[in-house]
Design a binder for this molecule. Sequence first.
Ligand SMILES: [Fe+2]
Ligand SMILES: [Fe+2]
Length: 140
Amino acid sequence: MEKKFINLTKNSSVGVPELDAQHDHLINLINKLNKMCLGREEVSDIAYAMMIKQTLYFIQFHNNCEKELMEETNYPGLDVHNKFHHVFFMNFLKKIRAFESRECVSLEKLPDFLYEWLNSHLIMDMDFGLHVRKSGYLVA
Ligand SMILES: [Fe+2]
Ligand SMILES: [Fe+2]
């Protein structure tokens, strides 16, 4: 089945340039990773492992950036938002570890998992983006 790859559109912009740039990069990473998952026979294990690591690191970096910005702008939804980041990250790690330890031999469901997460992540960041814009952070 052909998967659709997603793009950052005006509708998914959160209105904060540094977050939009990170989301754009995140989307590119996830699209690339998904391409690898779906055509695994053409990808070496090393290339695959590096791509997963790169994606994991970037998600962690992005979550940390958002956390710092939430603290800096006194975002009232900080705890709930961080918990959402954390739960997803741990689930992602669990899937990768299961794959690495060969408990689960295929990552073919990873694309759906990542796209679902990305959509809910972007929706949740809308409220945060609105808060950042109202806080005056972008003007300073
Ligand atoms: Fe985000
Ligand atoms: Fe977020």
